[in-house]
Design a protein around this ligand. Structure first.
Ligand code: F6R
Length: 367
């Protein structure tokens, strides 16, 4: 049932192009100009009445929510807070009837996420769930449900569920924007056209798995490293760091690139790997100057960079991996894939049980 792959995780990483296509399927109008989310019961008037959005989730789903915040704020201009469910439910969050609470959960059974959903409903908020499992607790209790069509995810480390959650957020962000009127049809069409290219672009990244294997094998020799990025690149950096920790057991930290000099730089020493995600136009110069800071202290820098910027970034880094060109907000759906593969191959190089990392369960139904 691993379809010729050594592990479920690798199989699921390679299933991402299909998961993207399936999650988009039936949700885009025939003319390709608008998003249709028939599963959402909110009227246009109700959508226009949303004053703020809370995104609540755990782990990898939380990291998808960090990207979701940028996507919804950018497209629909509605303020969004993203919170870890186990924090949200105990901090007396300000939930009003005009708050839309979005819970994100692959399994739909995570105890803290479910409790956050109930807390939101108790305060009269509408709850929208993004989940991979039809009929799960979260799906049953939410007012609206977007099912990610990733297919069953077996490996403990989430990959295709995360990227399908990103696709769901792009669709939702566009749908909200259409209803609120923040984006015109031409803009929506451009984003949808770029989204259509994502599956094939992921395939191209997967074709370079060998290159990433080599990078991972050198990463696996270290016990500490950093991931840096700005904006959605920082959100992806956090996901890359979690993925590496949970299956390779190598300690890493993700940092907003501009925050390094406020303390973390003290930990940069000779040869420490720093994986930097640089996909956001307009932030290149800023992140490059942070890279120069860590290079000056001896770090070994790997940059994930948009195609077309290799030369400019290549001068300042030790290794470079090029990501196909897409719109800035869509970049996470591509840039996370090499990080998943680095985590996978680093775990393999260390001889770990990739699909069943120590101390972890696929679904956390206890608090
Ligand atoms: C990490 C991972 C976990 C889950 C988290 C939430 O790879 O899989 O961090 O993302 O336990 O699980 P769900 O999405 O099922 O609520």
């Amino acid at each position: 049932e691993k379809a010729g792959f050594d592990h479920f995780m690798l199989k699921e990483i390679f299933e991402q192009p299909k998961a993207y296509r399936n999650t988009m399927m039936g949700r885009i109008s025939d003319d390709g100009r608008s998003v249709e989310l028939k599963e959402i019961g909110m009227t246009a008037e109700q959508i226009r009445g949303i004053r703020k959005v809370h995104i609540v989730a755990c782990g990898t789903a939380f990291h998808a929510g960090l990207v979701g915040k940028t996507v919804i704020e950018d497209l629909a201009r509605i303020p969004v807070e993203t919170d870890v469910a186990s924090e949200y439910r105990y901090r007396s969050p300000i939930i009003t009837p005009d708050t839309l609470v979005i819970v994100v959960s692959q399994s739909g059974e995570t105890a803290d996420t479910l409790a956050a959903l109930r807390e939101a409903k108790r305060h009269g908020a509408r709850v929208l769930a993004i989940t991979n499992v039809v009929g799960s607790s979260v799906a049953r209790e939410a007012d609206d449900v977007i099912i990610t069509q990733a297919g069953p995810e077996i490996a403990v480390a989430s990959t295709k569920a995360y990227t399908s959650q990103l696709i769901a957020f792009y669709l939702l962000g566009l749908y909200l924007a259409q209803n609120v009127g923040t984006r015109d049809e031409a803009y929506v069409t451009d984003v949808l056209m770029a989204m259509n290219e994502l599956p094939e672009q992921v395939e191209r990244i997967l074709d370079s798995a060998d290159v990433l294997k080599q990078i991972a094998e050198s990463v696996a020799k270290h016990n500490n490293l950093f991931f840096i990025g700005r904006g959605v690149d920082f959100a992806v950096a956090q996901e890359g760091s979690l993925k590496l920790k949970e299956i390779s057991y190598i300690h890493s930290e993700a940092y907003p690139a501009g925050e390094l000099k406020h303390g973390t730089l003290a930990l940069i020493e000779e040869d420490i790997p720093v994986i930097s995600v640089i996909t956001q136009e307009g932030l290149y110069e800023k992140t490059l100057s942070n890279i120069k800071e860590v290079k000056a202290r001896g770090a070994h820098v790997l940059a994930l960079v948009n195609a077309g910027h290799e030369e400019e970034v290549g001068k300042s880094v030790d290794e470079l991996f090029s990501i196909p060109k897409t719109l800035p907000i869509l970049a996470p759906a591509l840039s996370v894939v090499p990080l998943q593969l680095i985590a996978y191959y680093a775990s393999l190089a260390r001889g770990n049980d990739v699909d069943k990392p120590r101390n972890l369960a696929k679904s956390v139904t206890v608090e």
